[in-house]
Design a binder for this molecule. Structure first.
Ligand code: SER
Length: 315
């Protein structure tokens, strides 16, 4: 079996996907890569890769005999809005480089698309798998073009590209950094540490969300699925739960009754969130490769608070 390369390995998803892949396939079969030279955990194969440099990717893929690339290196929505050129260079240029190297070396590619691939003209409730995609954010533009590029490399070059439209991800291992859905992670950790959180989205802003263990399992299951069953390769709507900041605060109060939230809306992130769906219909993922989420809001909040508390105690 050829090796698995993870780009953006020190990010919110990568820092948990790498150990999961190592546990499943063996540490020597997984190559963690990132533009940041952070010290890799013991036993982790690391390669510094800047996805904006195709030579970096080429070198890593050839040197480590890579057969599958989980391409996670990207800017999230709020930082992308601040620097559209950087978003284009990394999110679009980086993916194009990954696909070119994958084409030459015959690698399978996983691409994380997002709820951000939709826009204000998309039906916002029960957003269908195939629908209007006219995002108004630079982040969303990079995600739609990524979906199309992955489809193109599949039909034109018979490359095995697969993708998911991920909801906002809730996790405790590494911070998200620069997204619009980050408030959920922040609210949980502020609730524990300070008993109070000032939220940058309005209390009634409904968005799709998912606990990281579900998202990781979805990625690995999609990449293992029988190619013959995949009609909508790039990319599948993926859903588990949807809630508003007010509903998350209420769920936290079931554990921490004194928790208080106030709201100071950031117009930049609010306008991004307002352009995204409230919740997506993920029937295609369920029917084509058997997707089933495990975590709903109450389980997620309980598990997150327990794990965050354990981290605080050991810090
Ligand atoms: N979580 C991402 C963001 O908020 C959306 O995919 O930017």
């Amino acid at each position: 079996m050829r090796r698995i390369l993870v780009t953006g390995a020190w990010g919110q998803i990568g820092s948990e996907l790498v150990p999961l892949l190592q546990a499943r396939f063996g540490p020597e079969r997984v190559v963690a890569s990132d533009v940041r030279e952070a010290s890799a955990p013991a036993g982790t194969v690391f390669e510094r890769v800047d996805c904006r440099e195709i030579a970096d990717l080429e070198r890593a893929v050839i040197r480590h005999e890579v057969g599958t690339i989980y391409h996670l290196a990207a800017l999230l929505s709020a930082v992308a809005k601040r620097d559209p050129s950087a978003a284009r260079d990394l999110n679009m240029g980086g993916l194009h480089h990954v696909l070119e190297v994958a084409r030459a070396q015959r690698c399978a590619v996983f691409f994380p698309s997002s709820i951000g691939a939709f826009g204000p003209s998309t039906p916002p409730r029960g957003t269908p798998q195939e629908t209007i995609q006219r995002p108004t954010t630079i982040y969303g533009i990079t995600k739609v073009s990524g979906e199309l590029l992955c489809d193109y490399y599949h039909t034109r070059f018979d490359l095995d590209t697969r993708g998911l439209r991920l909801p906002g991800l809730i996790s405790y291992a590494a911070p998200p950094g620069g997204g619009t859905t980050d408030y959920a992670v922040e609210m949980l950790s502020h609730a524990l540490q300070h008993g109070h959180y000032t939220c940058y989205l309005r209390p009634d802003t409904c968005l799709d969300m998912m606990y990281m263990p579900d998202a990781l399992r979805a990625m690995v299951e999609l990449m293992a699925a029988d190619a013959a069953t995949l009609v909508h390769r790039n990319a599948y709507n993926l859903a588990a739960m949807h809630f508003t900041p007010a509903e998350l605060a209420e769920a936290i109060r079931a554990h921490l009754p004194e928790f208080r939230v106030d709201y100071r809306v950031d117009p930049d992130r609010q306008s991004i969130a307002d352009s995204w769906p409230d919740w997506m219909d993920d029937r295609a993922a369920r029917e084509e490769w058997g997707w089933r989420p495990e975590y709903q809001l109450a389980d997620t909040v309980r598990d997150m608070l327990e794990r965050l508390e354990a981290r605080l105690r050991s810090a």
